[in-house]
Ligand binder design. Sequence first.
Ligand code: ATP
Ligand code: MN
Length: 534
Amino acid sequence: MSVPTISINPEGLKNFALTQTETIHYQSTPDELVQDTLRLGEGVLNDSGALVIATGEFTGRSPLDKFTIKDETTEDTVNWNNFNIPMEDKYFHIIQKKIIDYLGAQKEIWVRDCYACADPRYRINIRVATEKPWSNLFANNMFLRPTEEELEGFKADWHIYAAPGLLLDPKECGTRQHNASVISFKHKTILIAGSGYTGEIKKGIFTVLNYLLPQEKNVLSMHCSANMGKDGDTAIFFGLSGTGKTTLSADPDRKLIGDDEHGWTEDGVFNFEGGCYAKLINLSEEKEPQIFRAIRPGAIVENTRFFEGTNKINFDDSSITENTRVSYPLEFIDNALEPSIGAVPKNIFFLTCDAFGVLPPISKLTPGQAMYQFISGYTAKVAGTEAGVTEPKPTFSACFGAPFLPLHPGKYAEMLGKKMQEHHVNVWQVNTGWTGGPYGTGSRLKLAYTRKMIAMVLEGKLDDVETITDPVFGVAVPKEVPGVPTEILTPRNTWQDKVAYDEKAQYLAGLFVKNFEKFAANVSEEIRAAAPKV
Ligand code: ATP
Ligand code: MN
């Protein structure tokens, strides 16, 4: 392969030269990046050969420090809100200069060409320049990997700069604090400073695609996982963080299309990415064998600890963060589909982790209910490690992905509604959260049961079963699911204290209705009628 001239500067900004950088590692292999990380003392190998690193101060995304440049391209199109925080273009130039100067002053940096979108019609080329070799390996794991042929004459559509060690002065840079992720649609550039959390890199590009694809390409972008059955039927799984997208899409009986970000075109769905980013907390080989086995050479494990005196990861240790992760290329999962493109979905699952323990573990939604749930985007997180906090924290995040959606949620909802109608897709709600009582009293639904319920849907075993209508949420709950204890299907039956159940269900119904107030005027009567009964 002939190495192209490396300009890490986007067109028009060539003045910022990387004058002092002695070495630009271009397109290093995974093994080289692992060796570079080890050489710099920034990581170690675990007993199965994966690279274990710490991302530093940030072990998760920092939504309050994510900015979108407000300029003539975005001011009327971006839905400015708490997730789409405006920043003036002048600050983009200040921060970009700082990053380029900073990277330029490093002894060595890593540059990689890769792309997003498995469907060639929508492909965007990305050039990533990173301060750390492991951030570069992350880009290699998570984005799609061009062949040597494709690298000849590679032209980047977008640039990403990641400089975790660069601390910004908020006064000078127009930021909230010392770190920021900045997206400029005009300059087609993402700047990441002050945070080493690798997820910022992938979710930055996801945000870009959520802006471009629906507006310019008539493709619905979705925060969901996807897999394909033996007959070629596609299932997609929407859900907020921690609801089970990655876990449930890794299914030995189905081919994995992708674990987090997809587009829905006229004729099918495609993965935006080339890898998975799985949670590791409480991982076991027995419950999640595919993810466990992906922890091997080339994978990056983030923010875990070893059992003392060993290189064996203690998956139960959350002392650095609850959000321990592993990134790996899709092909580390045995039955990954290549290329990651599937047919139009036959089944859609809305995953929610209801820590109140009142939503049924599986139910079928009418088209109106499906739209209502999609727009609501409900999940509930359990209280963190804060002392004395026992009450689950409800979250409503439109389209199950508000932090990554630059356009108004109505745009995505309208597109999904049309597609569901046109293709007669079955929509199911799956509660992967609590049963037998809320967090603190009940317990999380057994993963094996959730998997079984989903498998039964996908095998068509629930097509004609008798259902009971949930009196509060109105959804159709199967009376029986083969292989699953009948008593868990109706949540009220699993609670000892029925009065407490009814109160909690009413409480959650009230939250739904309150949250929906801001959308109610702009949706049809059919969707409004799908509200829970208060
Ligand atoms: P993100 O968007 O942050 O990647 P995700 O939707 O992909 O989140 P997962 O990584 O699949 O979420 O996380 C689900 C977590 O919940 C896993 O750690 C899984 O082991 C655990 N879990 C426990 N019980 C269940 C269940 N019944 N169904 C699904 N996941 C469960
Ligand atoms: Mn995931």
